[in-house]
Design a protein around this ligand. Structure first.
Ligand code: UD1
Length: 374
């Protein structure tokens, strides 16, 4: 039986990956340090058919023992928080970049032959998504928006040539990378390190560039996490979800069960040295997400989204996946609609306590200049 080691396998994405790998017949070992920013002790959803080791991916001796037993490494463990990464720089580089370097160092030093290495990467590597200028009939890849435009509430990108309005287009893996946060840089490091070592030592390596993942088991107490979990926690506590900018910015929301399926496909596909988008190919605005969540919680009479008079420094405006490479190489297409996915998230969240820590985190980010007034 193929033995898969899943790092971060008690976390939001990792735990769903574990369930899908166990269902597909793999022998799964998890290593996870149950970091207290997202866990309050052992979660109740652990899979009875997987083996759990409570330890840190940075622990060289532990990881040497575990990797020696593994046929496949599925590396999900990461510190995840774009805003937080901008002031806990050393910790993000240590947990994401350095720990990955150490795992690769162990593989090479101990001459461990893996059948496959799958690493969790991120759409954050792209920075802004891809755009098209209808007036110039040309592809455009804008970078950062101007601070003074943001302060004036001018949110959309304009063409660098004709100043006309740009339209968002699917972002393919070929788009030039523009990692704008410490978090994004460390995800790029993880991807680049794994692929470089994979190429040099014939370890078939696949980096999965996740778009915006949502679903059950995402921490409802962590105010630095993704927008669906933050909004869930706000609505559950009777507070309005706060829309940065004007709420018309858009993302590609992919359900965690689809992401887990993509991981099993990546373990099994006979491919090497690839980076592959994992998204749905369909953008949704943040206001749509807030409305859909309020509706699903049945809170329309008590809560409505509030437009904040501020924006997050460095945020991108639109990004959604070109899914053709995933279809071609992994035979993967996301199958959960936004409506079904939100129903699953809310069904789970209703069984949980949720501490709304948003305001403290918002104040902290504001104090540090990472959230700014418009
Ligand atoms: C970022 C990362 C992504 C990472 C994710 C979760 C980038 C480009 N992408 O995505 O890799 O997986 O964080 O950490 O860096 N928003 C609100 N109100 C809120 C919270 C968020 O309006 O209370 C808005 C944001 O301004 C943004 C959108 O919702 O426009 C999505 O935010 P978020 O869920 O944090 O994800 P990204 O920034 O897209």
């Amino acid at each position: 039986m193929t033995h898969v080691l899943v790092t971060g396998g008690a976390g939001f994405v990792g735990s769903h990956v574990v369930d899908h790998l166990v269902d597909a017949g793999y022998d799964v070992t998890v290593v996870d340090n149950l970091t207290d920013q997202v866990h309050d002790g052992k979660p109740e959803y652990l899979n009875d058919d997987a083996t759990y080791v409570w330890g840190d991916v940075r622990d060289r001796d532990l990881m040497t023992d575990l990797l020696t037993e593994a046929d496949v490494l599925n590396h999900q463990a990461s510190a995840v928080g774009v805003g937080q990464s901008m002031y806990e720089i050393e910790r993000y580089v240590e947990v994401n970049t350095l720990a990955t370097a150490r795992l690769l160092d162990i593989l090479v030093t101990e001459e461990i032959d893996l059948e496959k290495l799958v690493v969790a990467s991120s759409m954050s590597l792209y920075g802004e998504g891809a755009y098209y200028c209808p007036d110039c009939d040309a592809a455009r890849y804008p970078t950062r928006r101007r601070e003074r435009d943001m302060a004036d509430g001018v949110w959309e990108h304009r063409c660098e040539r004709c100043e006309g309005a740009l339209e968002a287009r699917p972002t393919s893996e070929e788009k030039p990378l523009d990692s704008t946060s410490v978090y994004a840089i460390t995800k790029r490091d993880q991807e680049d390190l794994c692929r470089a070592v994979g190429r040099a030592y014939d370890i078939p390596t696949v980096a999965l560039r996740y778009f915006n993942i949502y679903g059950s088991r995402q921490s409802l107490d962590n105010p630095y996490t993704g927008v669906c979990a933050i909004f869930s926690s706000r609505i559950k506590n009777g507070n309005p979800p706060l829309l940065f900018e004007d709420g018309a910015q858009s993302r590609d929301f992919v359900h965690v069960s689809d992401v887990a399926r993509a991981n099993v496909a990546a373990v099994e596909a006979p491919i090497a040295d690839e980076a592959i988008n994992v998204g749905t190919g369909n953008p949704h605005t943040i206001r749509d997400i807030a409305d859909a969540l309020i509706d699903e919680y049945g809170a329309s009479d008590t809560v409505e989204p509030e437009v904040a008079d501020d924006f997050r420094a460095g945020d991108i405006r639109h990004c959604y996946a070109d899914t053709s490479r995933a279809e071609r190489l992994l035979e993967f297409t996301a199958s959960v609609s936004l409506r079904d996915g939100i129903e699953e998230l809310v069904g789970w969240a209703e069984t949980r306590e949720a501490e709304d820590n948003f305001e403290d985190a918002h104040d902290e980010l504001k104090q540090r200049g990472l959230i700014r007034d418009s």
